[in-house]
Design a binder for this molecule. Structure first.
Ligand SMILES: [Zn+2]
Length: 182
């Protein structure tokens, strides 16, 4: 199920109708769809870029809905560590799992990130900064005994939810085995 299929352009026109259930058809397709001019120059793309930076994006909502339906409960858009100035999209406090849904453009997805035609250096540096910060955040979390799970917005929602639930389950088992009173 490749989200790079030629039919992808149709997805951005009617995202709700995307048959393949990708987490974030809207973001990267709007970005990729307009090759004739600078992709940041259309209002639709700018809106999509804004959407990808804020909370409650469509990919996050789909993932949350899927996990909620499976019975998982989590905090939304909160800080896993009080002294870490970074919110995770989903936080499982007891299991110490932080989930980040990363936008394909902003976080430099190896499949969908394409170099911008205009202001290439500017965008490249921005994405590099994001990637550096992502790995710093992951390292900080690991030091504090947390697991960071990163989901690309293009991932299939069911497999993304499975990845998260498996991580949470195994961490819960680990917590139980070290503290039997819980
Ligand atoms: Zn991607």
């Amino acid at each position: 199920m490749s989200p790079t299929s030629a039919s992808g352009a149709n997805c951005s026109a009617s995202f709700d109708g995307c048959a393949e259930d990708h987490l974030g058809c809207n973001g990267y397709l709007a970005y990729m769809g307009d090759s004739s001019q600078s992709w940041a120059s259309t209002p639709a793309v700018r809106a999509s870029m804004r959407a990808n930076r804020s909370r409650d994006t469509r990919p996050e909502l789909l993932l949350r809905r899927e996990l909620h339906a499976k019975g998982y409960r989590y905090r939304v858009a909160s800080r896993p560590l009080p002294d870490l100035r970074r919110t995770a999209d989903l936080v499982f406090s007891r299991a110490k799992v932080a989930v980040f849904v990363d936008g394909c453009f902003w976080h430099g997805c190896p499949i969908h990130h394409r170099l911008a035609k205009r202001n290439r250096e500017y965008w490249e540096q921005k994405v590099q900064r994001n990637r550096r910060r992502d790995s710093e955040v992951d390292a900080r979390l690991a030091e504090a005994g947390w697991l960071s799970v990163r989901i690309w917005e293009h991932e299939d929602v069911a497999s993304a939810a499975l990845r998260v639930s498996q991580a949470v389950d195994s961490r819960r088992r680990a917590v139980r085995s070290t503290s039997p009173q819980n």
